[in-house]
Design a protein around this ligand. Structure first.
Ligand code: HSE
Length: 442
């Protein structure tokens, strides 16, 4: 078909798993339409895989499959490289080699971007080529491009994300059925919503990598995964979920990226942990394995991006969107936005981040207990927003919700409560999030 430029752009695909095979299928099935949109056809030159003989449900020339990915990315007829292998190596070396060889790169590799994005961005800059990664965060949901381009003239103050479908499914199941964590996880695994080894999802590693990427883009500052405070959902109990409901909240695993205005200047923070959010917050209605990212910015106000955060076809949609852009840029001999890290803001440690806690403690029901508990909050300079007693006698429980305070002070308060004689057990500790709150910390 006539495509305008008379040129063909060669694509090297690295990886042919769930996402890669869908990318290969769409490149073939939508060949003519993509050519019309780009102005030149895309031709798959090779697919780097570990096992070329493996049965794949793809109508492709078997000669395309190669175990020599290093040679594929160095071919002169490969203009665009798509990396969907995941992990740090060999993905990093292959991407760097592709850029060095003059190819533009599209990657879905959140772990690599979050660990060593700076190296990749510097290589793309040096090579004067594109490095696009929409698929690295929240699958099909357009969030990288909105942060990188649409909001480039605004000031993002906070990003709250449900960026892991597995954990959202498990927490949603706990919330709707009353199931405990283990039971909900088992159901997620039996329905294919959780991996056989769910550690990366359950312990928050996957979400932490995504938080690093979102924070870097939102605040024009390099934030690596090592800067992200991470807690998973394995400790969330059915009692926590009930406590949340009693407060009009639901429990979600959130990636929270914030800008802080401190007395000595702005700083940023990035963290992943379970949190209670009000049932009326838009993120509370994100059910099952869906993802959503809620962005608060100075001029635009509140924005929410919602959709499927994983899966072959949704993730391939994001990859192909990037591929079309990178291909168009190659034809016009331009490149899109590179890294924007000019702000170079400090990244706060978790202890210095401002949070609020919900704390439930089983206590003796006698005079002076409330005063003793309140004294621990006061001693740590934590102000209480609400306190209520549930039950009586041996069933007495105090439920305290704090005002915002330094997380280190809140954690120290909990530690002190554990050691009070009249406290039988601290039964639930969870941060409460979602209100936009200007900070008053000096
Ligand atoms: N395993 C992730 C999830 C998707 O459960 O959402 C890939 O990042």
């Amino acid at each position: 078909m006539a495509t305008g430029s008379g040129r063909t752009l060669g694509v090297g695909l690295l990886g042919c798993g769930v996402v890669g095979s869908e990318v290969a299928r769409l490149l073939t099935a939508q060949h003519d339409e993509l050519a019309a949109r780009i102005g030149a056809p895309l031709e798959l030159r090779g697919i780097g895989v570990r096992r070329p003989g493996r049965a794949r449900d793809l109508d492709l020339d078997p000669g395309l499959f190669t175990t020599d990915a290093a040679a594929l990315v160095r071919r002169d007829d490969v203009d665009l490289v798509v990396e969907v292998i995941g992990g740090i190596e060999p993905a990093r070396s292959l991407i760097l080699a592709a850029l060095e060889n003059g190819a533009s790169v599209v990657t879905a590799n959140k772990a690599l971007l979050a660990e060593d994005g700076a190296t990749l961005f510097e290589a793309a800059e040096k090579a004067d080529r594109d490095l696009w990664f929409e698929a690295a965060v929240a699958g099909a949901i357009p969030i990288i491009r909105p942060l990188r381009e649409s909001l480039a003239g605004d000031r993002v103050r906070r990003v709250l994300g449900i960026v892991n479908g597995t954990t959202n499914f498990v927490l949603d199941k706990m919330s709707t059925s009353g199931a405990g964590f283990a039971e909900a996880l088992e159901e997620a695994q039996s329905l294919g919503f959780a991996e056989a080894d769910p550690t990366a999802d359950i312990e928050g590693f996957d979400a932490a990598a995504k938080a690093a990427i979102l924070a870097s883009l939102a605040f024009h500052t390099r934030v690596a995964v090592a800067d992200v405070h991470r807690e998973g959902i394995a400790e969330v109990s059915a009692a926590d979920v009930v406590s949340a409901r009693e407060m009009g909240c639901v429990v979600k695993l959130l990636a929270i990226c914030e800008m802080h205005e401190l007395a000595d200047g702005p700083a940023v923070s990035a963290r992943v942990h379970p949190a209670m959010i009000p049932a009326e917050h838009p993120l509370a209605s994100v059910r099952g394995a869906y993802n959503a990212v809620f962005v608060e910015s100075e001029a635009a106000g509140q924005l929410m991006f919602y959709g499927p955060g994983a899966g072959g076809a949704p993730t391939a949609s994001a990859v192909l969107g990037d591929l079309v852009t990178a291909a168009r840029n190659r034809l016009s001999d331009v490149r899109g936005a590179g890294e924007s890290a000019h702000a170079e803001l400090d990244v706060l440690a978790m202890g210095d981040t401002i949070t609020r806690y919900h704390i439930a403690v089983d206590v003796d029901d006698r005079p002076g207990v409330l005063a003793a508990v309140a004294t621990e909050f006061s001693r740590h300079e934590v102000s209480i927003q609400t306190v209520r007693q549930e039950g009586r006698g041996s069933d007495a429980q105090l439920v305290v919700v704090t005002h915002p305070a330094r997380d280190a002070a809140l954690a120290a308060t909990v530690d002190a409560l554990v050691h009070l004689d009249m406290v039988r057990a601290v039964t639930s500790v969870m941060r409460v999030e979602a209100e936009s709150q200007p900070e008053s910390r000096s």
